[in-house]
Structures are given as structure tokens and as C-alpha cells.
Design a protein around this ligand. Structure first.
Ligand code: LP5
Ligand code: MN
Length: 241
């Protein structure tokens, strides 16, 4: 048995091949597993659980099809789908996880994060994050009409595209000192996160001991997942047509 980790699928109706790849992943790869962890940015954008359409319904049903087989499905927010709430969790059978969360992964305490909070050199983003994660800001946004929220989300995407095109790759990667700081704060030798779209496993020294940071990949021309069992860890990719 194994535990699977995915993140950064950025699912949206405009990318049906990726949606289809996830549906196939759900059917083929989650049959005999201990758990599925979704570490953020499952959706390209989420404007509130009260926004319903055929696309959202289909993906909720796909998640429900996994959880209703008795497979625990855990969902951590990303910077695109931080408005996923308890209604979504109820409808899909997913359990929402705070960022960060420590799990016992076959005997190894493992820290799970989306990864955006590790990018501490991206000061403009961190300020933006503080604003949008404020419950009062979220309440105010959620009280707006769907049409208004769609327009705001589009506006934020446009601003983000412009800003990220002006930032260096280093600024948008994790800060190595922050990685060490959180691994020391939580006393872990293993960290799994997404967000940066730089799939890799990094060996490092944390708490004075060998440690490992695995970065999940985003889904595009390839899909990525991390498969961990008691004996083995594999960061795997597959071609998306
Ligand atoms: O997402 P990505 O990869 O492009 O870039 C991220 C950071 N950007 C973001 C912003 C999201 O893309 C916006 C999408 C939100 C969709 C859901 C919204 C639902 C809420 C609204 C509807 C109810 O996360 C980017 C990082 C990059 O990762 C790498 O880490 O650099 O950060 C930015 O681009 C932020 C800018 O630097 C600062 C933006 C200031 C914007 C202020 C606008 C205020 C307008 C408020 C309107 C209500
Ligand atoms: Mn992200």
C-alpha cells in the first residue's frame, strides 16, 4: 500500500486534457492506496463553494468517487484555491488540512505545505497573501455576487501574470533558510510541498541530520505524483495527451 501526493493541477474547463488526466488518475491510481493528499492549487481558481457549474460538479464527483471507496482524501489550500471551504469538503468527502501539517508517513514525521510561504524573498506576494488569507477580507469577497467575484479573480490573475513576468526565478523559489527554519521549528527530516513547479527531491541537512525536501510537479504536458510506501519513495510523471 502507498500514499500519493499531488499538487498544482490548476484544473480549469479550458484545459480538458488535464481534467481528463486527473479523472483517469483517480480511477487507475487510487484504487489500493492508504491516502491521497492534494497539496494545493488543485483548481486554477476557486471563487467560493457556492459557485456551481458542470466543471466543478464533475471534479467534486471524481473526488467523491475516491473518498467513497474508503480512501482518505486530504486537501490543503494553495494560492489559487484558498477559498475552498467546508461545503466543498462535505460534498467531496475530503478533509481540509491546515498549512503546514505534520503527518506520520510510515514512521517518518513529514511536514506538508503548499510551498508559497517558503518563498519569503517574494515580499510583494507575501503581503498579498496576508491580505487574501484574512478571514474578514474573505468574508467581504464571498458576500459579492458571482459575477463580481469572477471579475476580481480575473483581475488578480492578470496582475499576477504581469508581476511574475517581472520577478526573477530566484525570488519565486523557496528561500533555503526558511526551509531550514520550518524543518527545525517542526523538528522534521522530511518536507513535501508544491507551488514552485520545480519537481525534484533535494537532500539537505536540517536539525544537524540528513533531511529531504520533495517538490511536487505541476500538471501540464506531464502529470506528476509522489508515491510513498514503507519501502520506497518515487516522484513519478506521466504524459498527458
Ligand atoms: O499564481 P501564480 O503562479 O501566477 O503566481 C503566484 C502569486 N500570485 C498569486 C495570485 C493568484 O494568481 C491570483 C489568482 C487568484 C484566484 C482565486 C481568487 C479568488 C478570490 C477572488 C474572488 C472572490 O497567488 C505570485 C507569486 C508567484 O505565485 C510565485 O510564488 O509571485 O504573486 C503575485 O504575483 C503577487 C503580486 O506580486 C502582488 C499582487 C498585488 C495585487 C494587489 C491587488 C489588490 C486588488 C484587490 C482586489 C480585491
Ligand atoms: Mn501555488
Amino acid at each position: 500500500m502507498a500514499t500519493l501526493f499531488i499538487s498544482d493541477l490548476h484544473l480549469e474547463p479550458q484545459k480538458p486534457a488535464i481534467v481528463q488526466a486527473f479523472v483517469q488518475f483517480a480511477t487507475e491510481k487510487t484504487q489500493h492506496i492508504d491516502a491521497l493528499y492534494i497539496l494545493g492549487d488543485f483548481f486554477e481558481a476557486w471563487i467560493g463553494d457556492d459557485f456551481e457549474n458542470a466543471f466543478a460538479d464533475a471534479l467534486k464527483n471524481t473526488l467523491k468517487s475516491i473518498s467513497s471507496r474508503g480512501v482518505p482524501v486530504f486537501f490543503m489550500h494553495g494560492n489559487r484555491d484558498f477559498l475552498i471551504g467546508e461545503l466543498f469538503a462535505e460534498q467531496t468527502g475530503c478533509t481540509l488540512l491546515p498549512d503546514p501539517t505534520i503527518i506520520d508517513l510510515y514512521g517518518t514525521p513529514t511536514l506538508l505545505m503548499h510551498g508559497d510561504t517558503l518563498c519569503t524573498d517574494d515580499i510583494a506576494y507575501q503581503q498579498f497573501r496576508t491580505m487574501v488569507r484574512n478571514p474578514n477580507w474573505q468574508q467581504e469577497l464571498l458576500s459579492k455576487s458571482i459575477a463580481e467575484r469572477l471579475a476580481i479573480a480575473q483581475n488578480l490573475r492578470d496582475i499576477s501574470k504581469e508581476k511574475t513576468s517581472e520577478k526573477t526565478a530566484e525570488i519565486m523559489d523557496v528561500n533555503p533558510d526558511e526551509v531550514l527554519r520550518v524543518m527545525e521549528q517542526y523538528q522534521v527530516q522530511r518536507l513535501i510541498h508544491g507551488h514552485t513547479h520545480r519537481p525534484a527531491t533535494h537532500q539537505l541537512i536540517a536539525n544537524g541530520l540528513p533531511a529531504q525536501r520533495t517538490v511536487l510537479g505541476d500538471w501540464g504536458s506531464d502529470g506528476w505524483y509522489l508515491k510513498v510506501s514503507k519501502a520506497q519513495t518515487d516522484l513519478l510523471d506521466f504524459v498527458i495527451a
